[in-house]
Design a protein around this ligand. Structure first.
Ligand SMILES: [Zn+2]
Length: 719
C-alpha cells in the first residue's frame, strides 16, 4: 500500500511557515509558532488508505524548532539560493555569447546545402556550401562563418557576386555584396577544398573497414562541423532545411539526413547521392557515412494507412545483426511515439549508418552506430525527440539531450520488458555512474569535449534527475509533463533550456519545482542520509518517531529537499508514507494502527543517495523519559559534525549553549525554544555563531531547561 502526500503536506506547511516567519521576523520567538503548532491535524480519510490516521502537529512543530540550526540554516539556504540564481543568470548570458562566434549575431540561418566530392586518394573533400540566412539587423554588410583554416577557400559568392573574404584560424569573415536590412534574405556560397581536421570525437574520418574497403564518416558534435564545412556552428541557430549532396565512387552508398531523392550516375565512375531534409536541424547533427554498405529496409506502420521507411546501412559483416535489430527498432519507434508523441521526422525516415566509432551518434533521421545493440539503438533513437527535434539551446544544458536519452533507455525497457527491467536499468546501469561524482549536471565549463560529455554528471546524473522527478511528480503527472514538453510548439523543432523544461513540469503539475532543479541540476553531490527510528504504544495505536539528518559534502545545495518514502512493516502492517524532507535535520512523528517492526528509507530507490548510521531503537525512542538529562554526544571525538541528545520528562523551554575550552561562548544552538516531552537530538556542525569553522579542541555543551538543574558535557573536536 502506498500513501502519498499526507505527512508531506503537513511537513511542507510547517516548514513553509517557519521560513515565512524567519523572513518576516528574523529574531522570531518560539511562541510565534505556537498557534499553528497547537492544532492536532486530522487527515481526511482516503478510501482504502486507513493505516495512517494522524500526524501529530505538535511534535512536528517542535521538531522544526528542535532542528538546531534552523535559523542559520534557513538564512544560509535563502542566501545560497539567491546567489546561485544570480550565478545562473550570469552564466546563461556568458555562455550564449561565448559559444557564438563574433560576427554571427546579425543573421539567422534558414538553409544549408552541402555539395561535396570525396577525394579518397588525398583524404580530402572539394565542393561548395550554400547558406541562406535572414538578416536580423539593418545594414548587415559582413558576416562570419565557422571554418578551420586547414580548409582552403577557393571563392565566395554573395547574392551571385564574387565577394572578398578573410580567413582566420577558425573563422572566415565574408563581405556581402551589399547591405541587408532586417528580414531580408542573403545567399552565400563558399567554394572550398582541403583535408578535414579532426577534433572532439573525430569530426570527419577517412578510414577502412576490416576488409580494406574505404569507410568515410563524420561525427561533428560538439564543435567539429567547422572542421569540414563552413557554417554558423551554434545549436541555438537551426537551419529550417538542408540538402546534402555527396559525390563519390559508384560502389559506395552514402547515408545522410532526410530522404534520398536521387542517385545520379555521373558517367565517370562516380555517383552523386542527393539527400533532402525538410525539418529544422542543428549543425552538429549534419552528417555523412560512406562505405560499401548492405542496405536493409523496414517499415514503421504508424497508422492504419501510413508507413515510414526505416533504413539501415550496415557493413556486410554486420548485415545479420542490422537485420535482426530491425524488429526491435520498429517496436521501439512505437514505444517512444506513445511516450513522447509521434516520431518527429515522420515524413522522411529513420535509420542507421554504421560508422567506425565505438558508440553512437544521433544524426538526425540517420543515427550513426558502431554496432546494432538494443541499448545503443534506444539511446540514439530517443535523441530524435530530445536533442534533435528539441535541441539544448546552449551547450551547458546538454543534459536535456543526454540525460533524457539515458533515462529513455530505462523507460523503453520498462515498456518492453516490465518494471523490473526499468529498476534494473536505474539501479545497475544509471545509479552506479553517479556515485563518486560531485559536480553539477549543468555544464559550467563547455571548453572541452570531456566536460560537455561528462558521463557521470551529464548522462548518469542527468538521467537520475528524471527518475527522481518521476517520484516527485507521480507517474501520471510525470508522463504527461514529458509528453507536454516533447509536443510543446515552442520547443518542437527548436531549442529549449532547463528553465523551459522546469516550467512545463510546473505548469502540468501545479507544483513549484525551483528547489528540485536548483539542487539537482545546478548544485553538486547527492545526500547521505542518517536516520534513527523508534516506536511506542499509544492507546490502541503506535507512535513512530523518525529522526532524519543528511550530509551532502558540498555547500551547494546546503541539503537536498526531497519527498522521501518511509516504509513501515510489521504484523498486519505494510505502509509507505511519503514525507517532505525540507530541513537538514528533521523529526517525523506518525501514528500507526499496528506495531511496526521494520523501517526502510526510500525502499524503491527513487533517490540517488547513501544511507548510513542506521540505528533501530524500538520502544525507547518514542517513550517519555523519566528524568531531564543531557546525554553524551555522538560521535565523540567528532569532525566536524556531532549529535547531542537530551531527554525531557515534560514540555520545557530549552537553551543549549556551546563553550570552548577557555569558557568563551561560541554558539547558542537552541535559544529558549519550547520542546515536547521526549527524546530529542540536536546536530552541532563544529562552526561558530558567525559560521566560521571552529578549531580542534575541547568544547562544552550546556543544557538549560526551565525548572531543571543545568547540565554540562564535554566534547572533543578533532580536525
Ligand atoms: Zn547521447
Amino acid at each position: 500500500m502506498e500513501m502519498r502526500d499526507v505527512s508531506n503536506e503537513a511537513a511542507t506547511s510547517g516548514s513553509a511557515l517557519a521560513r515565512a516567519l524567519l523572513r518576516a521576523h528574523p529574531g522570531f520567538a518560539p511562541s510565534d509558532l505556537d498557534a499553528p503548532c497547537r492544532r492536532t491535524w486530522t487527515m481526511p480519510s482516503l478510501p482504502g488508505k486507513t493505516m495512517l490516521t494522524r500526524v501529530h502537529f505538535l511534535a512536528l512543530c517542535s521538531a522544526l524548532i528542535a532542528s538546531s540550526l534552523l535559523a542559520q540554516e534557513s538564512k544560509e539556504y535563502l542566501h545560497q539560493r539567491l546567489t546561485s540564481e544570480e550565478t545562473r543568470r550570469a552564466e546563461r548570458v556568458s555562455q550564449v555569447s561565448s559559444t557564438q562566434s563574433p560576427g554571427q549575431e546579425g543573421f539567422d540561418v534558414t538553409y544549408y546545402k552541402l555539395d561535396l566530392k570525396l577525394l579518397l586518394s588525398s583524404a580530402g573533400v572539394r565542393g561548395s556550401v550554400t547558406m541562406v540566412a535572414r538578416s536580423l539587423v539593418n545594414n548587415l554588410a559582413s558576416i562570419t562563418l565557422d571554418l578551420m583554416s586547414s580548409m582552403t577557400i577557393d571563392s565566395v559568392y554573395a547574392g551571385g557576386i564574387r565577394v572578398p573574404r578573410a580567413q582566420q584560424p577558425s573563422l572566415v569573415t565574408i563581405n556581402l555584396d551589399r547591405s541587408y536590412s532586417i528580414g531580408q534574405l542573403l545567399t552565400v556560397v563558399v567554394y572550398y577544398h582541403g583535408v578535414p581536421g579532426s577534433s572532439g570525437f573525430g569530426s570527419f574520418t577517412f578510414s577502412t573497414t576490416s576488409t580494406g574497403s574505404p569507410w568515410v564518416w563524420s561525427l561533428s558534435e560538439p564543435y567539429g562541423s567547422k572542421d569540414w564545412w563552413p557554417c554558423k556552428d551554434h545549436p541555438g541557430d537551426k537551419a529550417d532545411s538542408l540538402d546534402v549532396w555527396i559525390t563519390c565512387e559508384s560502389r559506395f552508398k552514402v547515408g545522410s539526413e532526410g530522404r534520398l531523392i536521387s542517385v545520379l550516375d555521373n558517367g565517370d565512375g562516380t555517383k552523386t547521392h542527393k539527400w533532402k531534409h525538410r525539418y529544422p536541424i542543428a549543425t552538429y547533427l549534419v552528417s555523412i557515412a560512406v562505405a560499401e554498405y548492405t542496405e536493409l529496409s523496414g517499415w514503421f506502420k504508424y497508422s492504419s494507412s501510413d508507413s515510414m521507411q526505416v533504413l539501415n546501412y550496415a557493413l556486410p559483416g554486420s548485415a545479420n545483426s542490422a537485420s535482426s535489430s530491425m524488429g526491435v527498432t520498429l517496436s521501439m519507434l512505437q514505444i517512444f511515439s506513445d511516450l513522447f508523441g509521434l516520431y518527429p521526422f515522420i515524413k522522411e525516415k529513420y535509420g542507421h549508418s554504421q560508422f567506425g566509432w565505438g558508440g553512437g551518434m544521433e544524426h538526425q533521421t540517420m543515427t550513426s552506430l558502431g554496432s546494432f545493440s538494443e541499448s545503443l539503438i534506444a539511446h540514439e533513437m530517443a535523441h530524435q525527440w530530445f536533442g534533435d527535434m528539441i535541441t539544448m539551446r546552449t551547450w551547458p544544458h546538454i543534459w536535456l539531450n543526454e540525460g533524457f536519452a539515458t533515462y529513455a533507455v530505462a523507460l523503453y525497457r520498462e515498456k518492453k520488458y516490465g518494471s523490473a527491467a526499468y529498476l534494473d536499468e536505474i539501479i545497475n546501469s544509471i545509479f552506479p555512474g553517479v556515485k563518486g561524482s560531485n559536480g553539477s549536471v549543468y555544464v559550467r565549463d563547455t571548453s572541452s569535449t570531456s566536460t560537455v560529455f561528462n558521463n557521470a554528471l551529464v548522462y548518469h546524473k542527468g538521467g537520475t534527475v528524471l527518475h527522481m522527478l518521476r517520484h516527485v511528480l507521480g507517474d501520471s503527472v510525470f508522463f504527461r509533463a514529458m509528453k507536454q514538453y516533447a509536443t510543446d510548439p515552442r520547443f518542437q523543432f527548436a531549442t529549449a533550456s532547463t528553465e523551459d523544461f522546469q516550467s512545463v513540469c510546473e505548469t502540468v503539475s501545479g507544483k513549484s519545482l525551483g528547489y528540485f532543479f536548483n539542487e539537482w541540476i545546478y548544485g553538486g553531490s547527492y545526500p547521505t542520509y542518517r536516520y534513527e527510528w523508534g516506536t511506542a504504544q499509544n492507546g490502541s495505536n503506535y507512535t513512530v518517531r523518525v529522526t532524519l539528518s543528511q550530509s551532502v559534502g558540498t555547500s551547494n545545495p546546503p541539503f537536498f529537499q526531497m519527498p522521501i518514502d518511509f516504509k513501515f512493516m510489521g504484523t498486519g502492517l505494510d505502509t509507505t508514507i511519503v514525507v517532505m524532507n525540507n530541513l537538514k535535520s528533521q523529526v517525523f512523528v506518525f501514528d500507526l494502527p499496528k506495531k511496526p517492526t521494520s523501517f526502510q528509507l526510500d525502499p524503491n530507490n527513487w533517490i540517488i543517495k547513501d544511507v548510513s548510521g542506521t540505528i533501530v531503537n524500538i520502544e525507547e525512542a518514542a517513550s517519555v523519559p523519566e528524568e531531564f538529562a543531557l546525554q553524551q554526544n555522538y560521535p565523540n571525538p567528532f569532525n566536524p559534525s556531532t549529535v547531542i541528545p537530551f531527554d525531557l520528562p515534560k514540555a520545557s523551554q530549552v537553551r543549549l549553549e556551546i563553550y570552548n575550552g577557555l569558557g568563551q561562548l561560541v554558539d547558542v544552538l537552541l535559544k529558549d525554544q519550547m520542546f515536547a516531552a521526549g527524546h530529542h537530538t540536536v546536530q552541532f556542525e563544529g562552526v561558530s555563531a558567525s559560521g566560521g569553522s571552529l578549531p580542534s579542541g575541547v568544547y562544552y555543551c550546556r543544557l538549560i531547561a526551565s525548572g531543571s538543574p543545568i547540565q554540562t558535557r564535554k566534547m572533543v573536536l578533532v580536525r
